[in-house]
Design a protein around this ligand. Structure first.
Ligand SMILES: *Cc1c(COP(=O)(O)O)cnc(C)c1O
Length: 362
């Protein structure tokens, strides 16, 4: 399907698959003959229960989530989880955090309010640091598996061998590639990067980690309570779950390069990122500064050699139908977020614009 809409490179809330937006529009006033919008339904009615069950089933299928994991539909976002995880898992003890960029640094700072936090290693925002100092008696090790702001991604999850569970904040690359669950104790992600509207937070947690929340943990954020109530302890973000469910259906049907589903999405993400990084590297005009081994497939920060051209670049990009390329305020420069819903044509258009802009201003 060709689209007249501009290409949207926002880091989040981010672009969604156009067929999903169209379906949401078509079903807005009357979902499947129910006479109700999904926004108007009881979360305990049979209509919404069927939506939520299908969403969980499709998500589990897409990511091959093993039996021993519970999938929770929560609220509070990634930043909420920075507190909710230590309240549920730390038992007030030790937590080791590997800092690879802005988000893991924030996670460490928040966890300090509930636990004895040690920075196990700290990178410079362009690399995954080596030589982690890990404590055998830590409750868990936290990493951000894709640093949205810095553009640093773990292409292999760390294989911890000291018997301590790994927690990953995978907000910005969830559903862009498979997850090696054998290495994970808990994974969380806000939906608004790659999955659906803001307001929904996904948590995947091993059953054996449930049941140790601190007393101060709000019941609505106690994983054991939420799991026992099948994410209906309180009203979940129903509309966001519905849209995410449609994204999961879209993802399951997605075809690319002879592949289907998550494998097809991953292949297209590899191709999109390859195209963009090649264009940046081939130019002396633009620069991405992240270590080759951990460049993110989802978030590509880059700089113009002449920063005085930044505003012109953004204005011309917008006029060319390429939206929200401004880098995060803490990093500056530009950032192209190329999540699942960004078509190959969007990255081709961006690469064409990069060359054209360089030809005119370089
Ligand atoms: C966006 C993001 C967050 C914060 O999510 P909120 O929903 O704004 O709380 C946390 N971690 C990562 C990696 C993110 O990309």
């Amino acid at each position: 399907m060709t689209s007249a809409r501009p290409f949207n490179f926002s880091a989040g809330p981010a672009t969604l698959p156009e067929p999903v937006l169209r379906q949401v529009a078509a079903e807005m006033l009357d979902w499947h003959g129910s006479g109700m919008s999904v926004m108007e339904m009881s979360h305990r009615g049979k209509e919404f229960i069927s939506i939520a069950e299908a969403a969980e089933r499709d998500l589990r299928e897409l990511l091959s989530v093993p039996e021993g994991f519970r999938v929770l539909f929560m609220q509070g976002g990634g930043l909420g989880e920075n507190a909710i995880v230590p309240m549920n898992l730390s038992r007030g003890g030790k937590v080791d955090v590997v800092v690879t960029g802005s988000w893991s640094r924030k996670s460490a700072a928040e966890a300090r309010r509930y636990a004895n936090v040690q920075i196990a290693a700290e990178g410079n925002g362009r690399e995954i640091p080596r030589d982690w100092r890990l404590r055998d008696d830590a409750a868990y090790v936290h990493v951000c598996s894709n640093e949205t702001i810095d553009g640093v991604e773990f292409h292999d999850l760390p294989h911890l061998t000291h018997g301590v569970p790994l927690v990953i904040d995978c907000s910005s690359h969830l559903l862009s590639r498979p997850i090696d669950w054998s290495r994970v104790g808990l994974a969380f992600g806000g939906a608004q990067k790659n999955i659906g509207p803001a307001g929904l937070t996904l948590v995947f947690v091993r059953e054996e980690l449930l049941g140790h929340a601190l007393d101060i943990c709000p019941s609505a954020f106690n994983y054991a309570t939420v799991a026992a109530a099948h994410s209906m302890f309180n009203t979940p973000p129903t509309f966001a779950i519905y849209v995410a469910g449609l994204v999961f259906q879209w993802a399951r049907q997605f075809e690319y390069a002879g592949k289907r589903g998550l494998a097809a999405l991953e292949q297209r993400n590899i191709d999109k990122a390859g195209l963009l990084y090649s264009a940046l590297d081939a130019s002396g005009f633009y620069e991405n500064r992240v270590d080759l081994a951990c460049r993110s497939r989802m978030n590509v920060p880059f700089f113009l050699q002449d920063e005085a051209l930044n505003e012109t670049f953004l204005a011309e990009a917008k006029a060319a139908g390429l939206l929200q390329l401004k880098g995060h305020k803490t990093v500056g420069g530009m950032r192209a977020s190329i999540y699942n819903a960004m078509p190959l044509e969007g990255v081709q258009a961006l690469v064409g614009f990069l060359k054209d802009f360089e030809a005119r201003h370089g």
